[in-house]
Design a protein around this ligand. Sequence first.
Ligand SMILES: NC(=O)c1ccc[n+]([C@@H]2O[C@H](COP(=O)([O-])OP(=O)(O)OC[C@H]3O[C@@H](n4cnc5c(N)ncnc54)[C@H](OP(=O)(O)O)[C@@H]3O)[C@@H](O)[C@H]2O)c1
Length: 326
Amino acid sequence: MTRAIQIEKTGGPEELKLVDVKVGEPGPGEIRIRHKAVGLNFIDVYHRTGLYPLPLPAGIGGEGAGIVEAVGEGVTHLKPGDRAAYASNQPGSYAEARVMAAKHVCKLPDAIDFETGAAMMLKGLTAQYLLKRTPMGQLQPGDPILFHAAAGGVGLIACQWAKALGYVVIGTAGSEEKCALARAHGAAHMINYNTEDFAARVKEITGGKGVKVVYDSVGKDTWEKSLDCLRPLGLLACFGNSSGPVPPIAPGMLGPKGSLYITRQTLFTHIATRESCQQMADDLFEAVTSGKVKIRIDQRYPLEQVQQAHRDLEARRTTGSTILTL
Ligand SMILES: NC(=O)c1ccc[n+]([C@@H]2O[C@H](COP(=O)([O-])OP(=O)(O)OC[C@H]3O[C@@H](n4cnc5c(N)ncnc54)[C@H](OP(=O)(O)O)[C@@H]3O)[C@@H](O)[C@H]2O)c1
């Protein structure tokens, strides 16, 4: 038996219940991992509220780091005793131990501690695919990009990495403190979108041209104005709904705005195969071990206080990464 967080029905943070669950043996293609730390992500909120429906009762959480205890048939890249970390679309990381598909689990380099591993996999692999696999050749060093929620978990990693790639990061965040934090992590310009018109400011910063790519995880509150930040043929990369989902749109509106592109990306398409997942993880490990990207853990909560962790994340009280400790 092991302690884990489960929901029996969707709803508020109070639905996150600490329960004892049985952890079995790994089947073919699976491993059992004992977590040392667990990562918290906004997708966990969507699972809890039912925005992204799960069969119930359900475990929650898609990020963690720990030690591999057992491997099932056919798993060759891991063995018992390995230090490992993962981002997974199989919820259930809010637990002391779990059985899960091995293909998303990567060996953790010795230079990266467990808490950092748990804080960086889902968010860091997301920054990786957003910056390197999404713009499809559009971005050159020196180009400005707009990244919303730049002081958040994905945001702070993306600011540092984008700067290292030579892009000029224009970020948004909801307070002056958050703007200062993102600036200290590589953003060249920050806009407080609670007090300023971000589209007007982007135009001003870019001399009227706009940016080639906007990365938008805020959704409902920002997507429309995000289109007005783009130069002709620019790309709006939607990847989240922290303020609510983007409503259905009419493609015809993209023509007069400059033949724009819109994409809705998810990490799990990019890490669908073991090979792509490992390739992206190796790139992320290099970015972190070389010091290009520092992983900031600004909040730590014991597993039992997960309800408070969700309250703080939803109330925009967090910055950088958040982990659950065991
Ligand atoms: N599609 C994918 O592959 C993928 C993968 C990972 C994450 N994501 C998405 O990326 C985003 C960031 O994830 P994260 O885990 O790193 O979270 P986070 O950025 O640490 O937290 C979310 C941030 O969004 C901003 N926000 C704006 N409007 C909000 C609202 N109405 N309610 C709550 N927050 C609001 C807040 O920052 P300010 O106070 O500065 O506005 C808040 O701190 C989320 O939307 C998540 O779903 C997508």
